[in-house]
Design a protein around this ligand. Sequence first.
Ligand SMILES: [Zn+2]
Ligand SMILES: [Zn+2]
Length: 229
Amino acid sequence: MKLTFLGSGACFYPKLHNTSAYFTYNNNLILLDCGETVYERLLQCEDIASYGQIYVVLTHLHADHVGSLGSLLSYCTCVLKKRIYVIYPNEQVCKLLSLLGIADDFYYYKKTLGNELEGLSVIPVKVSHASDMECFGYEIQCGKSHIYYSGDASDIPEEILVKFKSGEIQTIHQDTSTHESNSSSHMYVGKLEKKIPFEERKRIVCMHLDSDCHKELEEKGFSTIEAFG
Ligand SMILES: [Zn+2]
Ligand SMILES: [Zn+2]
């Protein structure tokens, strides 16, 4: 399974566009987050009408992760005549969409992807990021491919770290910040260095970057993303 990134930036670093990625599975498209810059970049990158179904899997409801979801749903319903899926474990997303004028029948809501796509599992894992909102990372598995996508998170859940160290999870895509702060909303790179020994760092792909820190991260042994466009 290959993730294609539409952006790799943090909310306050729009130069790298909002962090979001997608992959395809049996002619379905699975999009991870839909921040402000995502709708436009997705349409530049993909002929989304050609897919059987589209699933938008959300990590949390900050604007840099859902900011263009309303427009994507309107476009799919009104232009493509396609009702797509919104996946997020907390029903509050429906309230948010309703306030944006997106009617319930513009999309299918599901808390988790469940068995919707046979052979693909996308499992939410609670992460610490914001005190007033439920935030999730996702463990994604199909065939021999098994990865973790953190969303915004100040840490890596212990169960994920254990699976990573044993090799069961091959790659972690991790929110990484180069700014140390007391707010602990994002994973500070110094903390990440303490958790991950140098020889394992290639399998950590840093995303949601808050500066042009690619070189610095690569020198520390981590991987970074070449975003689309
Ligand atoms: Zn964010
Ligand atoms: Zn956030």
